[in-house]
Design a binder for this molecule. Structure first.
Ligand code: PXG
Length: 445
């Protein structure tokens, strides 16, 4: 019996659902259906175990189906399924808010909740613009992103994002957006371990944009401290520090999009902590609930929150923004249990301790066929392959399909293999992942 038939799916039942960011024709002709997940592994419909080299999509940081998180969500749904978040609340929202504020760099002690990274990003961009307006600097509306940045798929995030396929189909996008150059130059930084030595000066491009547009028109700069989706671009030494300095000088808010880098991925609570650079706002999602229930958050500097509250007349709303599911009780239950687990199992520290082993293992693939660069930081790694002539992305896609057949999954972007395993990974599982990858990369054309 075929995989789909054994699941009770008819021959055409894969047709209606339009899968996101997916080669639909390819998938539907040879589906890779997952029916169960536990710790480091997924189970396919035909009963094969697949080791998860990417923590889903950089989000299942504590591993799959962790008992305490599952139980917390089950208990919550039975007790209270939903409560309205506007002019109302439930204890879970406040508890998670207070705990996150304690984890964050000082001064980032207030948070808004949303349901996805995209919503968090659009929320942060809107708050930045409104904040300047409330302070009497209403001309500060311009948003600055970065080439090769990914900030989700809302119109705000798409506009400040810098991956061409995510932008080019969707019209003029937001007005008044500009971009910094990306920080990658293979000729200067190939096979760097951790932060590249070269490239800190690229942050000076912000000074150029200030000269061009004038600081009085710029509301915020948004960057991923480490760019994930574009293929793991680790910030050059001194780069984030310089961006911080320039933003402060020019009164521009600095937003770190930590949707991927938050919650231990870089061996610290946040990239802000790992790199010692504190932004004015920070977006997180993914690892916040271990991906069990969708949830995201925007951390804002205390005085930003105070500015909104001070500007609102008595008994009037201070921020005209929010979602039906902001701080959903199932999400906050999952977040609480997830934060407990991170603490109990010291998973952020564990990621930091495993980093040298991970780094050596991934750089061990340097002699494989097609490999033109390897990058790493925290429990993140990328192996960049030379594209097939005239067929960009085809080689990495073949590696992906063959890897899946051999029992391993990971993310691919362009011709880059991206890895970001659950932080519970063991050394022997690291060896297993790179053993499979070595074999697969060496056997694709
Ligand atoms: N910001 C960053 C930095 C992200 O990585 C988003 C925002 C949007 O989050 P939502 O929850 O709206 O998808 C992301 C999402 C990949 C991959 O494989 C990465 C993401 C999503 C899907 C795939 O690189 N990141």
């Amino acid at each position: 019996m075929s995989q789909t038939a054994s699941l009770g799916l008819g021959p055409n039942d894969l047709e209606s659902y339009w899968m996101p960011f997916t080669a639909n024709r390819q998938f539907k002709s040879r589906p890779r259906l997952i029916v169960a997940a536990k710790d480091m592994h997924l189970t396919t419909a035909d009963g094969r175990k697949i080791i998860d080299g990417s923590a889903g999509m950089w989000c299942v940081n504590a591993g799959h189906c962790r008992e305490t998180i599952v139980r917390a969500v089950q208990e919550q749904v039975a007790r209270m399924d939903y409560s309205a978040p506007f002019q109302g609340g439930h204890p879970g929202q406040f508890e998670v808010g207070a705990r996150l504020a304690l984890m964050a760099p000082s001064k980032l002690n207030h948070l808004l909740f949303a349901c996805s990274g995209s919503e968090a990003v659009d929320t942060a961009l809107k708050v930045a613009i409104a904040y300047h307006r409330l302070r009497g600097e209403g001309t500060r509306t311009r948003l600055i992103g970065r080439e090769r940045g990914y900030h989700g798929v809302g119109f705000g995030g798409t506009s400040v994002g810098g991956m061409v396929n995510n932008r080019k189909f969707f019209g003029p996008l937001l007005n008044g957006v500009d971009h910094l150059p990306h920080t990658y130059d293979r000729s200067k930084m190939a096979f760097s371990r951790g932060q590249p030595e070269w490239g800190g000066h690229l942050a000076d491009a912000l000074e150029g944009l200030v000269q061009l547009h004038d600081a009085s028109t710029i509301a915020a700069v948004i960057v991923e401290p480490m760019a994930g989706s574009t293929g793991v671009l680790v910030p050059p030494k001194g780069y984030l520090e310089r961006l911080r300095e320039l933003c402060t000088t020019h009164g521009i808010l600095l937003i770190f999009d930590e949707v991927i880098t938050g919650f231990g991925r870089l061996g610290a609570g946040f990239a802000a902590e790992r790199f010692g650079v504190v932004p004015d706002m920070m977006t997180v999602a993914k690892g916040l609930t271990n991906a069990t229930v969708p949830m995201s958050a925007v951390f804002v500097r205390n005085d930003i929150y105070e500015t909104f509250l001070a500007a609102a007349p008595e008994n009037a709303i201070d921020l005209f923004h929010g979602y039906t599911y902001s701080g959903h009780p199932l999400a906050t239950a999952a977040a609480k249990a997830t934060l407990d687990l991170y603490q109990e199992e010291r998973l952020f520290e564990r990621a930091r301790e495993l980093e040298p082993y991970w780094e050596n293992a991934i750089h061990g693939l340097r002699d494989c066929r097609h490999v033109v660069d390897i990058r790493n930081i925290g429990l993140v790694g990328a192996i960049e392959l030379e594209p097939r002539p005239g067929k960009p992305t085809a080689r990495a896609f073949d590696v992906f399909l063959k890897g899946f057949d051999r029992g391993l999954t990971f993310r691919i972007t362009g011709d880059t293999v991206a890895l970001s395993p659950p932080l519970i990974i063991t050394r022997s599982q690291i060896d297993e992942i790179f053993g499979i990858l070595r074999e697969v990369i060496n056997t694709v054309d």
